[in-house]
Ligand binder design. Structure first.
Ligand code: PPS
Length: 287
């Protein structure tokens, strides 16, 4: 049964607080420009981190966007209601984020030269991050116990569906040099190196000083202290940050503190089966 908290769109569950029929139609009719850059993520993979990073990479390290514009308006979601209000104010090169699988990208994306940075994260850490997010976000379904939420996640009864479907859709997409894959773990381990890869991909030619400056201002602690990025501007009726902050831990491997042996075996078995025969390999082991 469809949870009352969600709407259904082409087989995906979406929270109606941010999405409706008009926003989804707007996304489909959105006119993508050749200079646009899309950050694509399955939820909880590092979206808001990229909302911090991308404007600075594109503008050479000028901190104005992260100091003056809330992250959701700075780099808006393609599928969300806010975009219609913001689209005309965005300046080229436009930075956007989306949780859409490849099949839901608008027709104009396919005929454009727009670039994509696809951020992947270890799905076990995504599950943990999402579990806490469901506890604090009042517009999402109550996650139940960790065990119950794990089942929902594996069955794709969560917003934006199954993680494996999302990853497969983008990994199979034939976008050549228009797409770059990066992992959350790479970013945690060496943010300056990750920024250098992004700068090269986007032909931004950033100096080492600019890279260091961006890395400093996009660290977990800097973002936590930045009211334009830490969601403290969101009313409590939508996000109960005292239950769990949006910027929660910002580490890789927190799944080890949450999975028991049985849950790990179940998770590994389902994901391995769903990824069997794929031509790509994952950068982390599933078990
Ligand atoms: S959402 O709801 O889909 O937009 O969430 P998303 O932004 O994709 O993911 C939230 C997780 O990203 C972590 N995060 C960071 N980690 C390290 N460094 C920085 N700077 C950073 N910014 C955001 C955030 O803490 C969430 O992960 P968890 O594991 O819950 O801490």
């Amino acid at each position: 049964m469809l949870s009352p908290e969600y709407i259904q769109y082409r087989g995906l569950l979406l929270p109606p607080m941010a999405h409706n029929a008009e926003s989804l139609e707007y996304a489909q009719n959105f006119s993508v420009e050749d200079t646009d850059v899309f950050v694509v993520t399955y939820p909880k993979s590092g979206t808001i981190w990229m909302q911090e990073i991308l404007p600075l990479v594109l503008n050479g390290g000028d901190l104005t966007p992260i100091q003056t514009i809330a992250n959701w308006d700075r780099v808006p979601w393609l599928e969300e209601k806010r975009l219609a209000e913001l689209a005309d104010k965005l300046t080229s090169p436009r930075a956007l984020v989306t949780h859409f699988p490849y099949s839901l990208m608008p027709p104009s994306f396919h005929s454009s030269k727009a670039k994509v940075i696809y951020v992947m994260r270890n799905p076990k850490d995504i599950l943990v991050s999402s579990y806490y997010f469901h506890q604090m976000a009042t517009f999402l379904e109550d996650p139940g116990t960790f065990d119950e939420f794990l089942e929902k996640f594996l069955e794709g009864r969560v917003m934006f569906g199954k993680w494996t479907d999302h990853v497969k859709s983008w990994k199979r997409a034939e976008l050549g040099d228009r797409i770059m894959f990066i992992t959350y773990e790479e970013m945690v381990q060496d943010l300056p190196a990750a920024l250098r890869r992004m700068s090269d991909f986007l032909c931004c030619n950033l100096s080492d000083d600019a890279i260091q400056k961006i890395a400093k201002h996009c660290s977990f602690n800097s973002m936590k202290a930045n009211r334009m990025s830490n969601f403290s501007l969101v009313p409590k009726e939508y996000m109960e940050s005292d239950k769990s902050p949006f910027l929660r831990k910002g580490i890789s491997g927190d799944w080890k503190n949450h999975f028991n042996a049985e849950q790990l075996a179940r998770f590994t078995s389902v994901l391995s089966k769903e990824l069997e025969g794929e031509s790509f390999s994952l950068p982390w082991s599933l078990d």
